[in-house]
Design a protein around this ligand. Structure first.
Ligand code: AMP
Length: 394
């Protein structure tokens, strides 16, 4: 796979698939620019080589064609501020205007194309659409790891129509860091899985059982295990059709010598809201009418003890409903323990989505080894699946 640093972009128009799917507020201002900042090294390298840059991305989930709130024109100003130069904008990602603007682009210039998903052809992986996009540039770069698990026109199909295809620096870093927890990870190796459902994470959990020393399970998915073991979990989240699976995982962990840690207690609430009435309860005896919304103090203590001495940590999914401040303590405590393990020389990978949001909102983004930008893509890569966006670059 050719990477950015293998190539001299002088005089070339680079068509870059980026992930600018950023959150916007009601005034269409970017409220978290992590994904924009992530692309700076790739774009800067190309501009510094004397190339020009055509940026293409999706934003949100437009249903049928253009929608103001999903227009990438809202990113022109933030991009101009980031790169310290004017950014041209094509208000259609294909067609005459985009073609003319792309053709007249000079070295050091940036052109941003309108939202790819204003065309249903993008998600369908339409070849004719991909070919039109490909014609805008001379070199194709994919730096959108977050959509690499989708065979969309701009992420995979387009590669058939370009003579040069190159892996961007974000994509490369994501793959390198995921590899560190898949092969030859330093031990003790601890995986922390949380979030709402086991069903989303079952494949990765099974794969991790062959690699890790400790598997910590927290968040909503933990209650299915307690229910499966015959406990009373009150109104806590449960996947009734996954009880057997939960028991099988407990047995498999034992067979493989993996230390499976389930949260022994929870902070339980009588309603799904921040100011609900709460109490502490053991997870196998949650009172009727109550639901577990965060791991409890005994669970925190046990989890932290294991995490802080780990040499490799992979974390995906919060320990509770961390969006509500009263139920954020478990997630916060785990985040601090991951930071401590990292400070002691361990390698820590935070796998996208909510765990990345939690680590970033606590200001720990720089205190862990790597925060992945791709939730679903990272999970699929770790499950051992071939990502179409990566395969297309090979
Ligand atoms: P996921 O996308 O599967 O990683 O799930 C993340 C979501 O799980 C977050 O929005 C959390 O609020 C939610 N979550 C975590 N723990 C619980 C819980 N005990 N009960 C309900 N939802 C939870």
């Amino acid at each position: 796979m050719k990477t950015i640093n293998d190539y001299n972009f002088a005089g070339k128009k680079a068509l870059i698939r980026v992930d600018f799917n950023v959150p916007l507020n009601a005034q269409f201002e970017v409220t978290d620019d992590t994904r924009i900042r992530a692309t700076v090294p790739t774009i800067t390298k190309i501009l510094n080589d004397g190339g020009s840059v055509i940026l293409m991305s999706h934003l949100g989930r437009p249903k049928t064609g253009p929608e103001e709130k999903y227009s990438l024109k809202h990113l022109v100003k933030p991009l101009e501020a980031t790169f310290g130069r004017p950014v041209k904008f094509a208000d259609d990602c294909i067609g005459e205007q985009a073609t003319t603007l792309a053709a007249s682009l000079k070295a050091g210039e940036i052109l941003l194309l309108e939202n790819l998903r204003f065309y249903k052809e993008e998600e369908k992986g339409d070849a004719a659409f991909a070919q039109k996009l490909a014609a805008l540039g001379e070199v194709y770069v994919n730096d959108a790891f977050g959509t690499a698990h989708r065979a969309h026109a701009s992420t995979a199909i387009i590669a058939q129509f370009v003579s040069e295809k190159i892996c961007g620096l974000v994509m490369q870093a994501e793959l390198d860091n995921a590899q560190k927890v898949l092969e030859n990870a330093a031990k003790p190796y601890t995986a922390i899985m949380g979030g709402a459902k086991i069903s989303d994470k079952i494949l990765i959990i099974e794969r991790l059982l062959d690699r890790v020393d400790n598997l910590i399970i927290g968040g909503g998915m933990a209650y299915t295990f307690f229910k499966a073991q015959g406990g009373n979990i009150g109104n806590s989240l449960v996947e009734a059709d996954k009880l057997d699976l939960a028991n099988e995982l407990i047995i498999k962990a034992k067979e493989k010598g993996v230390n499976l840690l389930l949260p022994v207690d929870s902070l339980v609430a009588d309603a799904f809201k921040n100011d609900a009435n709460t109490q502490l309860a053991d997870n196998s005896a949650i009172p009727d009418g109550y639901m577990g919304l965060d791991i409890g103090p005994k669970a925190i203590e046990a989890f932290v003890a294991v995490i802080k001495d780990s040499k490799t940590v992979l974390w995906n999914g919060p320990m509770g409903v961390f969006e509500m401040p009263n139920f954020a303590k478990g997630t916060e405590s785990v985040a601090r323990a991951v930071v401590e393990a990292t400070k002691k020389g361990g390698f820590s990978l935070i796998g996208g989505g909510d765990s990345a949001a939690a680590v970033n909102s606590l200001g720990f983004g720089d205190d862990v080894s790597y925060v992945s930008t791709g939730g679903g893509a990272l999970l699929e890569y770790m499950e051992g699946k071939v990502l179409p966006g990566v395969a297309a670059l090979q």
